[in-house]
Design a protein around this ligand. Sequence first.
Ligand SMILES: O=C(CO)[C@H](O)[C@H](O)COP(=O)(O)O
Ligand SMILES: [Fe+2]
Length: 215
Amino acid sequence: MSILIAPSILSADFSILGEEVKNIERAGADWIHIDVMDGNFVPNLTFGAPVIRAIRKVTTLPFDVHLMIEKPELSIDQYIEAGADRITIHAESTVHLHRTVHYVKEKGIPVGVALNPATPVASLEPIIHDLDLVLIMTVNPGFGGQQFIPYSVDKLQQVQQLKKSKQLHQLKIQVDGGINAETAPLVKEAGADVLVAGNAIFGAEDLEYSINVLR
Ligand SMILES: O=C(CO)[C@H](O)[C@H](O)COP(=O)(O)O
Ligand SMILES: [Fe+2]
């Protein structure tokens, strides 16, 4: 699998969000990573379905929607209707993870499960064969621009082993948080297929160069 780069628009300039999305598409992004935060599951509030619907008009790139919200099962439909092409939910955000994963699958789009830094990889075991993507959070979710947590590399290796032992060839392993020119080689070596990056891309002078450096 070749490495995919998913810029997180959390680090974009919200006052010109449509332009930022177009620029990132021109610069060679593979997916647009959209961080939906509810101020409850994480201590920050970002955007919801109306903003996703608005930027849906300016790009054809896949929308990779990372839900950091309590009880995602209550509002998944609105993100899909707004234009999400894939949805990732946090294992810690619902007591009905299996049901919610299958709900997204029945809607016909790829589904991912995200793990916070303190959630063990073993918790994925009963469900990993149902997933299209596993997201290993490499920072505590809630904010852009945080420092990469080194133990994440061990967790990535554990997911990679699980993927191999269960022969889940199509499963994508994604990382999110503190990914930059220094940490990208570490996570790629440990098995990451999809790199999310906010500050390292939107904070750079040359978007295309910053994407190529990560890739
Ligand atoms: O999910 C997220 C935070 O919860 C963001 O996707 C992540 O923080 C990206 O930002 P950066 O690359 O600057 O760390
Ligand atoms: Fe994210």
